[in-house]
Design a protein around this ligand. Sequence first.
Ligand SMILES: *Cc1c(COP(=O)(O)O)cnc(C)c1O
Length: 387
Amino acid sequence: MRKVYLDHSATTPVRKEVLESMLPYFTEAWGNPSSIHQWGRTSRKAVEQAREEIAQYIGAEPREIFFTSGGTEADNLAIFGTVEAKKGMHIITSSVEHHGVLDACQYLEKQGYEVTYLPVNEYGQVNPEDVRKALRPDTVLVTIMYANNEVGTIQPIKEIASITREAGVWFHTDAVQAVGSIPVDVKDLGVDMLTLSAHKFYGPKGIGALYVRKGVRPKPITHGGGQERKIRPGTENVAGIMGMAKALELAIADLDQNMKRITGLRDRLIQGIRENIPEVVLNGHATARLPGNVNMSFLYIEGESLILSLDMVGVAVSSGSACTSGSLEPSHVLMNMGMDHQQAHGSLRMTLGVSTTAEDIDYVVSELTQIVEKLRAMSPLYNSKNL
Ligand SMILES: *Cc1c(COP(=O)(O)O)cnc(C)c1O
């Protein structure tokens, strides 16, 4: 049976070159970067070299890169680190954030902070003017994701940044889905903090970074040694850092070519589904969309049953995010886009990657067509509607 992995927004495989770049840092150059002897100096040199490369790929300076254990920790550092550093009790975010941001904000609400969750339009986009209107004298942070992990919608980050810059409020963006998939330049965007995570661009899990613009300084949220200029203490994940730098190097080298190819396959999948399956809806924005994201609702059936049926024919997809699938709650992203329960429950996320081929897409369309037909034949909703 064919095997097709269409869940690249959940995680990606480590590329061979990436693994190879990491291995020496387990077996040969395993020193602690903080040690002053030659073992330590070798590791330190490697970490700083990687920091330089990663900074360069996103238009930052090396001293603006702080390594973390991944996207979630970088999001938490940006949010909790800011409320610790600044006086003020108000935060602005959107209603479609990843749980790494959403749950941190909800935790702060319990501590007495006020959080404004900006609405989005039917395509999942925040209106920058809503950010301006929500700003208050006591606002310390605006945090809005670059690209959505469920529907792939790309936010007007540059426009929002010019508003927060003018107001003198720090602006953080969770760019985990963007980095490695579309061009990301922190200076061009004008953001103050930006989250990235290696395992979303063919690097290892458990390593990420927070870009922090010079002049912006969140407080540490964990306490220990003085690593990462005291903002993120703890011995560096040297091999992980090397893997992240290599993965980003490869992603940037192939960015234009991959964007073009994957966008083409994405549109082939959307078109194939539309031509073969009646009563489907594309969720998210038609063009302001990640190259690899397809999120569609198959009316009158459950996304969960589609996932299980596709799994049986070798196809990996998801509904909502990896973190919330398994729960029966409809996705907060789709609900906040104004979707009714029925459409939200019938949604399926298929995310393409560098190894996806046209044959994969055609196989998925063909299998999906048969599965939807079968499930609808058993669906009381579908049958009562067609009586
Ligand atoms: C995957 C993801 C995260 C979490 O990153 P981890 O490295 O898995 O902690 C955060 N935000 C977005 C948008 C993501 O897609």
